[in-house]
Design a protein around this ligand. Structure first.
Ligand code: ADP
Ligand code: MG
Length: 598
């Protein structure tokens, strides 16, 4: 940098390039913008074709049968801020289209070569228009059917830095697949056809019911979905939610659309989770497709160029409606009469520890009659408060005396177990120890997995191989995820289109592994979008978690002591792999203080 800074206004093309980056930062955003344009053009059929070569996407083509662009307006459509959808700021208050900023075509043309062929119904000819690096190189009349087809090539040819930051080809394709799955659910009236290198990945039939589309995309999950619908004045919510037996480790399968636009709305997600209450654990998400219709004047989608965020002016009212609607749907569904979820018998057991009440722990959550649920909620709430109070007391009274990393693991003896969840132990100094059995065992498993190579533990062949039918986007991730899974002891083989057969699992998962675990493990690494090292860590943690003894399982003193002994031999016995504490202790003196003896 020179000592004196020269401030200058950037030239037009640089400004475009920077602005383009906000709208199109990776191939999936090109697909999103173009499909949205086709939807805005009232298309009933949209075909998406992606072509790849070696490690990159070389071409994206979106064709629709919509209203088309008149020949004399094509050039204008590619100018920044050119739109047919609004005229003035006031129009934003009534605008129901997905686009309105007039930035997409200009942005895409700024970072790639675009060819558009478009025909309106009233015109005899179609227009072919080609723009390469912002320069118009062709504008002619040709014959073509009604509608628009846009071909994008040489993607990011002039932004090498962006090209470099793209993830692997598999990842980029999987993002596109997942986006198109979402569009298919949100627009069941439109026929979508999606091809990669000429091969059809999936297609939907326009006019089908949402549940049918959902079933076509996610056959394994569909039977656990129930419809929801509710309204409050002009606001309506419709869609599908999962019964408590079906949850995911990430939000990948939680779609929210506001007026047909896919949005990220953390407040909506928390409202829905609130509606499930204790039916599902706190760290997982239900599956949902929720479509909100809200008068456009009450929604501000103009916060970010990609319009993924929205703000509602009547947020409270919308969230209340959601909570009520979801609760009602769950109450109406007879939770005792659920379609068989993952079979209890196939759930991982820790050396056949009997679970206290199969009904209550079924589905990993409390899915029993309302009365039983209440009792359980009350009990759980009770434990939670008690342990929180104990923890607080402990933290206040001895902020830094607690067991640290360097401290030696105490020699413990078994006293008992409380709530089917915590081991109570003591040592010869008169201290009291509470051990979270799941967290502790998770740490043990994690360490075993990490050292697996040295102890020759690897794969356990399954008695009955598990066949997984993956959604197209999940299947898209398999190539990048497979090596990591294989490395960790899974044996997974192709078994037909989008179907995979799991013949073996890491030995700690046992011989009767249920398909959901493998699905979950794959499902949750999908959202990671990370390199192999992080993926491996993810898989390790998940396998550790899924193979560890559950909270709610009764332990015999021998089994309890077994966990304690194994925990004492781990590298970091004080926390579980997720960082939660495994042990809380109270010294004899602390106990004395609590009872006001000293
Ligand atoms: P926006 O969608 O925000 O209006 P775009 O840059 O995406 O901006 O598109 C500019 C204009 O081009 C649109 O307003 C529309 O008139 C026209 N257009 C784009 N794609 C299509 C299409 N597939 N069919 C018909 N018209 C289209
Ligand atoms: Mg647009």
């Amino acid at each position: 940098m020179n000592e004196t800074a020269h401030i200058q206004v950037l030239d037009e093309s640089t400004i475009h390039l920077i602005a383009a980056g906000e709208v199109v930062d990776r191939p999936v955003s090109i697909v999103k913008e173009l499909v949205e344009n086709a939807i805005d053009a009232s298309a009933t059929r949209i075909t998406i074709e992606v072509t790849t070569a070696r490690v990159t996407i070389t071409r994206i083509r979106i064709s629709d049968d919509g209203i088309g662009i008149p020949s004399d307006q094509v050039t204008i459509a590619f100018l920044p801020h050119a739109t047919s959808k609004i005229r003035t700021g006031d129009d934003l208050l009534t605008c129901r289209t997905l686009g309105f900023r007039g930035e997409a075509l200009a942005s895409i043309a700024a970072v790639s070569y675009v060819t558009i062929v478009s025909k309106t119904r009233s015109s005899d000819f179609a227009t072919r228009f080609r723009i390469t690096g912002g320069e118009v190189v062709e504008h002619t009349d040709i014959g073509a059917p009604d509608g628009t087809s846009i071909t994008v090539e040489e993607i990011f040819f002039n932004t090498p830095a962006r090209r470099k930051f793209l993830k692997s080809l598999h990842t980029e394709i999987a993002h596109i697949t997942s986006l198109l799955e979402s569009f298919s659910c949100l627009y069941p009236d439109i026929t979508f056809r999606y091809l990669v290198n000429g091969q059809e990945k999936f297609s939907t039939h326009g006019g089908s019911a949402l549940l049918d589309i959902f079933r076509a995309l996610y056959p394994a999950d569909a039977r656990m979905m129930i419809p929801v619908s509710g309204e409050d004045g002009e606001i309506t919510v419709t869609g599908l939610i999962s019964l408590p037996g079906l949850v995911k480790q990430n939000r990948q399968r939680f779609l929210i659309a506001v007026n047909g636009r896919l949005v990220q709305a953390p407040t909506v997600i928390s409202a829905v989770k609130r509606a499930y209450g204790t039916l599902i654990p706190g760290n997982v998400w239900p599956v949902a497709v929720l479509m909100l219709e809200i008068p456009p004047s009450e929604v501000d989608a103009n916060i970010h160029p990609t319009k993924r965020e929205v703000r509602f002016s009547a947020e409270r009212k919308i969230l209340d409606l959601l909570v009520q609607t979801v609760r009602r749907a769950l109450d109406d569904a007879d939770l005792l009469d659920l379609p068989a979820g993952p079979d209890e018998d196939t759930q991982i057991s820790f050396n056949d520890i009997p679970s206290p009440s199969p009904v209550l722990v079924r589905y990993g959550a409390i899915a029993a009659a309302p009365a039983a649920r209440q009792v359980c909620e009350a009990t759980l709430a009770g434990y939670r408060t008690t342990s929180r109070q104990l923890l607080q007391t402990r933290l206040q009274e001895s902020a830094d005396e607690g067991p640290g990393r360097d401290e030696r693991f105490p020699e413990l003896f078994w006293i008992g177990q409380v709530g089917g969840t915590y081991i109570i132990a003591g040592d010869k100094t008169g201290a009291l120890f509470l051990i979270d059995q799941h967290a502790a065992h998770e740490r043990v498993r994690y360490d075993q997995l990490k050292q697996r190579e040295s102890v020759h533990l690897k794969t356990q062949e399954l008695i009955a191989p598990v066949v997984l039918t993956l959604s197209p986007s999940e299947a898209g991730f398999i190539p990048s995820v497979l090596p990591v899974l294989t490395d960790e002891g899974f044996i997974i083989e192709p078994f037909g289109q989008d179907t995979w057969c799991v013949r073996g699992v890491p030995v700690v998962l046992g011989r009767y592994e249920d398909p959901e675990t493998v699905r979950e493990i794959i499902g949750s690494i999908l959202s990671e979008d990370e390199g192999p090292a992080r993926l491996k860590e993810q898989v390790l943690r998940l396998v550790a978690c899924r193979s560890a003894v559950k909270a709610g399982a009764m332990l015999t003193p021998e089994q309890g002591m077994d966990i304690i002994t194994q925990l004492s031999q781990t590298e970091d016995p004080w926390t579980c792999p997720h960082g939660r504490p495994t042990i809380i202790s109270f010294s004899c003196q602390e106990l004395g203080k609590m009872f006001k003896r000293v």
